[in-house]
Write a protein that binds this ligand. Structure first.
Ligand SMILES: [Cu+2]
Length: 406
């Protein structure tokens, strides 16, 4: 069990998202994304955050089962003021693709770049030829080549969608992949609002993991919807030398009209390698948490959350008591629901069971739709929260605090 020590300095910097094009960014250690934090299951991560920004900030460890007091929300810590520092320390119990990001003035701080990847590796991971971490984002530019002004009234309701698309902080980069290689792509949607119905040149790939690590078995697909906050792990390839494929988001209507297809980047296939990689037919067992007929313990109305405001409190839950929640969306927009600190399983989406059981911390609740989830509060009492991960909706008050009590 190793100790992984990381220094993160949040500061303003000139974020060059394309050659010769930059905005005044907010970054960790002067880069977007922030540094990749890598650990093995059971390691302890110690992060010293120093705030050199002109405004207060905190860090949320999205998906990591941290103690409540390390969760980075205002309910558990005072914001780190300019010039201040804070030490986050926690062990990482689960393998998976996670990310860290500001949890203060998020609409501006994430848009300006305060996020980074966190990878936790387990002992039995599939070994593919190569691995990439791809953080998908977009950026809304203003007239003066900076980020567009924040707090626009329309954005409160519709969310903020950018006009340029980025992978790992760069505008439409070209990625080089070796011919015949099978790669593991760890994908995170870090955008404020943009939904990504991901396609890689319309070619088939295998979905091997979600928010909370590996699936029981790989699922073949030619597209996958990744909403803000969500992660997917894919096995991608093999491709033939000379191929050129677009990494793009296909049209999607989240209730604001269908978006046109947008390109995030290009994949260029180079000289072939000899691949010894294959995706195992089984990845890891996941036991269903709740029976199909499990009694619903709570209904969460996203519409009610939308009008609840920031002091909204939900009923506490007790350690060890199975939670079965109906997430009910009576609004005309999709909302990606994020539960802090705990993984859940989806029991049904609009009345139908999901194609596969998996561990999630963020799930899209379709407009006029319903998603039933099950989760178990393990022994980490304290103050937790859930919210819509469209950051403008969260800022507007589409959230609630609740306590896990012993
Ligand atoms: Cu929302």
């Amino acid at each position: 069990m190793a100790l992984v020590s990381v220094e993160l300095e949040a500061r303003e910097f000139e974020w060059e998202f394309a050659p010769g094009r930059s905005i005044r960014g907010f970054g960790f250690n002067g880069e977007v994304p922030g540094p990749l934090i890598e650990a093995e299951v059971g390691d302890t991560i110690d992060v010293r955050l120093t705030n050199k920004l002109p405004q207060a900030t905190t860090i949320h460890w999205h998906g990591v089962r941290v103690p409540a007091e390390m969760d980075g929300t205002h309910a558990v810590q005072p914001p780190v003021e300019p010039g201040g520092a804070f030490e986050y320390r926690f062990t990482v119990p689960d393998a998976g693709t996670f990310w860290y990001h500001s949890h203060t003035n998020e609409t501006e701080q994430l848009e300006r770049g305060l996020y980074g990847p966190l990878i936790v590796r387990g002992p039995d991971e599939p070994k593919l030829d190569h691995e990439r971490v791809l953080l998908l984002d977009d950026l809304k530019l203003g007239a003066d080549a900076g980020a567009a002004a924040f707090g626009d009234e329309h954005e409160h309701h519709a969310g903020r969608e950018g006009d340029v698309c980025l992978i790992n902080g760069r505008l439409e980069p070209e990625l080089n992949v070796a011919g015949e290689a099978l790669e593991r792509w760890r994908i995170v949607n870090t955008a404020n609002t943009r939904f990504v119905r991901l396609s890689i040149g319309a070619r088939a790939f295998s979905i091997i993991g979600t928010d909370g690590g590996l699936l029981p078995e790989p699922m073949r697909a030619t597209e996958v919807l990744v909403t803000p906050g969500e992660r997917v792990d894919l096995a991608v390839g093999p491709f033939a030398e000379g191929e050129r494929l677009e990494i793009e988001a296909l049209p999607y209507d989240r209730g604001k009209g269908e978006t046109p297809p947008v390109v995030f980047g290009t994949l260029r296939v180079g000289a072939p390698v000899t691949s010894h990689a294959e995706v195992p037919g089984t990845l890891r067992p996941i036991e269903p948490l709740a029976a199909d007929n499990a009694e619903v313990t709570r209904a969460v109305s996203l519409k009610a959350l939308m009008h609840g405001g920031h002091d909204q409190r939900a009923d506490p839950v007790r350690v060890g008591e199975l939670q079965v929640w109906d997430l009910v969306n009576e609004t005309g927009q999709d909302h990606p629901f994020h539960l802090h600190g705990f993984f859940f399983q989806i029991i049904e989406e609009n009345g139908a069971p999901p194609p596969v059981v998996s561990w999630k911390d963020t799930v899209n609740v379709p407009r006029k739709g319903q998603v039933r989830i099950a989760w178990l509060p393990d022994n980490r009492p304290g103050e937790w929260m859930y919210h819509c991960h469209i950051l403008e909706h969260h800022a507007m008050g589409m959230m609630a605090h609740f306590a896990v009590v012993a």
